[in-house]
Ligand binder design. Sequence first.
Ligand SMILES: [Zn+2]
Length: 281
Amino acid sequence: MPLFGAIEAGGTKFLCALGENPAEPRDILRIATSKTNPLDTMREVIRYFEDRETVAAIGIASFGPLRLREGRIGATPKDAWKEYPIQQAVEWGLGLPTVLETDVNAAAVGEAVAGAGLGIDDFAYVTVGTGIGVGIVTNGRLVHGTGHPEMGHIPVERHPKDEFAGCCPYHGACLEGLASGEAMNARWSVRAEDLPQFHEGWTIEAFYLSQLCRSLAYGTAPKKVLLGGSVATSPGLPAAVADETTRRMNGYGVVPEIEAPKLAYPALTGALELARRRHGK
Ligand SMILES: [Zn+2]
């Protein structure tokens, strides 16, 4: 069986991995993301693959926004990475076929082939971490449109007790501006992961995330919405979001099942799977 490579490019760290079977990424190496010079990070990524067995293709799952057709990172607030041609850097650096996808879309592919989306043609993968990303699978395929969807930035109704202005640099009080890990941190002066389980912050979080789930339900009618990312690991959050989504939909339309994803490294599994498909072309 051919060997494939995966890169998960994040704002604080890059992960590199190998795998014959996408469900089992192995030899995972963590590389710190340079804030000032992408070349410093990419040099280590290239070295990782040069030091190992040759792979048939590499899947790259990157933070966005991405200009997928050009293989570039788009207008990110991470200044040094703005317009960075990440796909060419890997393809030319190693002389291997590559495929580029957003981290959240790759995670959706990972869950589809080996996790909570297995055997399901219609579901969404939501990651709530520093930002909010949404990957949508309909009829077994990722939704791309002209680029990739950005449902983390939908407008939301404000919680009556929430006076936080919102922290999205583009929209202020959009979903990401009010419900991302960064927003929770700024509102409560504590990391979301350290907020006690019964803190009212979680009620407010469920209030916002349920609006995304309702929009997903009415937009693409997914069977499941998988809630992933560091913020969503809070116990009780998926159930609270499910209850609030049911209340909001008020008996109209089918409420998706809201649950946690299954994989430890969904984006790496997705990147390996995308590399496998790229190789098969
Ligand atoms: Zn926004």
